[in-house]
Design a protein around this ligand. Structure first.
Ligand code: FEO
Ligand code: CA
Ligand code: CA
Ligand code: CA
Length: 593
């Protein structure tokens, strides 16, 4: 098979050592360049970035802040060009604005922050001489979507009374998308974007559901509620229900209104990664990134139409509106051996079986005591009721294009096993879990729509010298230390790439590669590290190029625009700027071979 010919060969670069250098460090023989920075103009009429004269109008035409998920899509008919789509998860006002007063943000600062959130679509141009990519400013596909752009709610909960507000009595039109963390790319050429920690934007929460979703009872840190009453839950209790969805964007249609897909449920969506069943129906895997929250999938009832005809494109934009939403329940096969230390069970693996518990299909609820609309809008409560497995913060998820196995990053859980909190189980085997783990899931008969699966832990992260770590059984003296896996991606050869957020081993965060099958399964190697205070996001591994989103560089306690903790990417005296970076081999050959 193709898998045997080109897969399973592992990775052959010299690993980058853990470090705390204020730069992007890449392996010997590799080079890097910034693709695009926060504030670079992408739309017609947008000015060049000027830190001292930033305006909301300028920002709305410029690349947003804190790039997270990235997708690169082909652009037919334009040689050497691709379409880059980026999430802008959140803003760090204290690093963005000199003289920022957190107690008294100005209207202009707040409106700049609204414009710096959301999504960017920007066409990028390959360079002949190396792996560089440069933005094509003013390309007609370039687009910014912000915290005030129009989005449409679709699917079974659209129009529900739970989604209506005084500004939108239809419950179908929302202004903005917020806290877009990771996402996914669909086989029909659209992108998916998870709205994650939306709770932080809403003040004065009071209901039990507000509490379950983490909406605070007082003012918010950014104080947006002073400038738009929709961010005040006391005045607009349903506005927060209109966030926490998966957004679907058609980057090829700059006039399209992006959709929030209610059939995929509402929670702190980290990511949404689709694959197809044998008969062409999409299945989307999704994590809810919170300590003790759940792992989900959505199975569409409709088949994808192939091709790029208008009819096919219109049909495919309905795929994520009809189907069944499920939540995962995992059962270990060695419960007697799990003591919370991370010691391997006597059968040699953290493993077991699982099943998918249906929550709702269209207008039909499968959860006693909840209507279908309630299941979609308050999905966490549905998961609570059916006894789903409480996980260690499910982050990004990625099915292997080679084996069909699904990899789920469980980033950490500092509360596991604390008094009054759930203790370790076989899928989440360490109490006070600082470093996280990666779960490997195999659907029965490799059918993504199956109601059952087998699972085992692929990695139990940490310092390989720590006995409570596991690297798929590979010799631990040959692997790189890793902590807090967050994003996962596959390269064209079937190697898994893992980026981290919050390294607890004294090094900066980074990107790692590892084979998931063959003799080198578990041979984890660190490929790069990021600057001070940054998280490594959005990895895309192409044959000859790696793209990473360096998110929140310089985000260190006490740092500010006047007293930066990082000088990346432009050196002393300049604002630190979240940016996308391309990494490639100096000799032009393939990555990792
Ligand atoms: Fe935004 Fe769960 O990371
Ligand atoms: Ca076991
Ligand atoms: Ca993330
Ligand atoms: Ca994270």
């Amino acid at each position: 098979t193709a898998g045997r010919a080109t897969g399973a060969r592992g990775l052959r670069f010299t690993p980058v050592a853990p470090n705390t250098d204020d730069k992007v460090t890449v392996p010997d023989g590799y080079a890097q360049s910034v693709v695009i920075r926060w504030g670079e103009p992408i739309l017609r009429g947008a000015p060049a970035f000027d830190a001292d004269k930033q305006t909301a109008k300028a920002q709305a035409g410029q690349f947003g802040y804190n790039n997270d998920f990235l997708s690169l899509l082909p652009l037919r008919g334009e040689h050497g060009r691709q379409v880059l789509v980026a999430n802008h998860e959140y803003t760090d006002e204290v690093l963005m604005f000199k003289g920022y007063d957190p107690e008294n943000p100005t209207r202009e600062q707040v409106e700049i922050a609204w414009a710096a959130h959301g999504l960017s679509v920007v066409v990028v141009q390959e360079q002949h001489r190396d792996g560089r990519l440069t933005p094509v400013t003013r390309h007609p596909l370039n687009r910014r979507l912000t915290a005030t752009s129009e989005f449409r709610l679709t699917g079974p909960a659209a129009g529900s009374a739970l989604l209506r507000t005084s500004a939108d009595p239809t419950g179908r039109t929302v202004l903005g998308t917020l806290n877009n963390c990771a996402g996914g790319t669909t086989p029909w050429g659209t992108t998916l974007h998870g709205e994650e920690n939306f709770n932080q934007y809403f003040a004065n929460g009071s209901s039990a559901t507000d509490k379950r979703y983490g909406i605070g009872t007082g003012a918010t840190e950014r104080k947006w509620e002073r400038f738009d009453k929709r961010f005040d839950a006391k005045q607009e209790p349903n506005e927060s229900h209109r966030f926490g969805w998966v957004v679907e964007l058609d980057p090829y249609d700059p006039d399209s209104t992006p959709r929030k897909r209610t059939a995929l449920g509402r929670f702190k969506h980290e990511a949404a990664q689709p694959r197809l069943t044998a008969d062409g129906r999409p299945v989307v895997y999704m994590g809810d990134d919170e300590r003790f929250d759940y792992f989900y999938k959505f199975v569409s009832s409709k088949r994808m139409m192939k091709g790029s005809s208008r009819k096919a494109r219109e049909h495919n934009l309905t795929l994520l509106d009809e189907g069944t939403l499920y939540v995962a329940k995992l059962t270990g096969d060695s419960p007697q051996d799990i003591d919370g230390t991370g010691k391997l069970p006597n059968d040699g693996e953290f493993d077991g079986s699982g099943h998918w518990i249906p929550l709702a299909t269209g207008d039909v609820s499968h959860v006693p005591g909840m209507t279908a609309e309630e299941v979609y809008v308050f999905t966490r409560l549905a998961g609570d009721k059916v006894g789903a497995t409480k996980m260690d913060r499910p982050e990004d998820v990625e099915p292997s294009p080679r084996t069909g196995r699904v990899y789920v990053a469980l980033t950490n859980n500092s509360n596991r096993g604390k008094p009054g909190q759930p203790g370790a189980d076989e899928a989440n085997p360490r109490n006070l879990n600082k470093h996280g783990q990666i779960l490997e899931l195999a659907e029965h008969w490799d059918d993504p729509a199956s109601d059952g699966f087998a699972w085992r832990l692929f990695l139990v992260a940490g310092d390989p010298d720590d006995p409570a770590t596991y690297f798929a059984g590979y010799p631990k003296e040959k692997v790189s230390p890793i902590s807090c896996p967050d994003n996962v991606a596959f390269d064209p050869y079937g190697n898994l790439w893992i980026s981290t957020d919050g390294n607890q081993l004294g090094s900066h965060d980074g990107l790692f590669g590892v084979a998931t099958h063959g003799e080198r399964r578990g041979e984890l190697k660190q490929f790069l590290t990021v600057p001070t205070g940054a998280e490594t996001c959005g990895p895309i591994i192409q044959q000859r190029r790696v793209l990473v989103a360096v998110q929140h560089p310089g985000e260190v306690d006490g740092a500010s625009a006047e007293k930066p903790a990082s000088q990346w990417p432009d050196g002393p005296g300049r604002l630190v700027r979240p940016s996308v970076v391309a990494v490639y081999r100096k000799d032009g050959r393939d990555i990792g071979v």
